[in-house]
Ligand binder design. Structure first.
Ligand SMILES: [Ca+2]
Length: 318
């Protein structure tokens, strides 16, 4: 704000100086020289005007430089202010859906069977705030939805960068992003649950009590262990345990002949092995079908059978 006031003051000064220089020659031109002494006088006056103009020009250039410097400084100040605001707002955000669940009133946090679902902004430590979908349930349990598939509107055949950053609307089909997953699951030990539905209306779920995603230096390697014995469906994720994350433009799978995302995956990024048993990021199909590359969870359904919906959720492990 101070810089802006200074800029306005300088512009006024420049206008005044230029205005003075412009008025002077007009007044002098009113008389015509009659003698050599008068010519000499006019010469002197002209050279005085020229010198004034040159001086004004130099002043103007100096002022433009000053304004440029102030604009750059103001830009820096705004950037700093924005970072400070993010920092202050960040302190207001809870670091996870679990923390949001614990802060909920009793009718949500423990005395009701119902689970409420909503989009909240969370901010894990040393990470930027991000909108995520939380499922807040009985007993102050807060799950963070990391992937949702319900229809084909959001394309999942995306680049490695997209999978790093996350994509889609958290209220609709989306992927939370590998960087966020890494932050959440390395800050606190997490577990993973997959909830799915087939086109015939049957539903099931499976759970892994250890779920971690390593950082970019490890190509976001997956750890999915301790399959929950009470799970309603079978373990299909274990062949993906220890795999790095691959996309159609980033081949880190164990298939030496090609890229799984291109060969069978329908373009979706995943922790491909050679190639997959489960594929939550597969191509969305409106019927079960019998083609590779769909939204699959083997052994609940055939690996070529595409599911109607699939949600992956995580929460801190206790
Ligand atoms: Ca390969």
């Amino acid at each position: 704000m101070i810089a802006m006031t200074q800029i306005v003051a300088m512009l006024w000064a420049v206008t005044a100086v230029v205005g003075a220089a412009a008025n002077e020659p007009l007044n002098r031109r009113a008389t015509f020289p009659a003698s050599s002494s008068e010519t000499k006088q006019v010469d002197q006056q002209l050279s005085a005007i020229l010198s004034t103009i040159t001086e004004n020009h130099n002043q103007l250039q100096a002022t433009i430089r000053d304004i440029g410097r102030m604009v750059r400084r103001t830009h820096r100040e705004i950037t700093d202010l924005r970072e400070d605001t993010d920092l202050i707002l960040g302190k207001m955000y809870k670091p996870s859906c679990q923390d949001i669940a614990e802060g909920q009133p009793d009718h949500i946090a423990g005395k009701n069977q119902l689970t409420t679902e909503g989009v909240y902004t969370i901010r894990p430590p040393k990470f930027k705030p991000k909108k995520v979908r939380c499922e807040l349930g009985r007993g102050a349990i807060g799950w963070t939805v990391i992937l949702a598939r319900n229809d084909g509107r959001e394309p999942f055949n995306r680049t490695f960068q997209d999978y790093k950053d996350g994509f889609g609307d958290p209220a609709q089909d989306h992927w939370i992003g590998l960087d966020m997953l890494h932050k959440l699951t390395t800050w606190e030990p997490h577990q993973l649950r997959a909830v799915m539905e087939d086109f015939d209306g049957s539903k099931t779920w499976v759970q892994y009590n250890v779920f971690r995603v390593d950082g970019p230096e490890e190509d976001y390697k997956l750890t999915a262990e301790e399959f929950e014995a009470d799970s309603a469906a079978g373990d299909g994720l274990s062949i993906h345990n220890g795999m790095k994350f691959s996309t159609y433009d980033h081949d880190d799978d164990t298939n030496t002949d090609g890229n799984c995302a291109k060969l069978f995956g329908g373009g979706g990024g995943w922790w491909y092995n050679n190639c997959y048993h489960v594929l939550p990021t597969g191509k969305y199909r409106n019927t079960g079908g019998s083609e590779y590359g769909g939204v699959a969870w083997y052994p609940w359904r055939n690996v070529k059978h595409s599911l109607k919906s699939l949600t992956l959720l995580i929460r801190p492990r206790y």
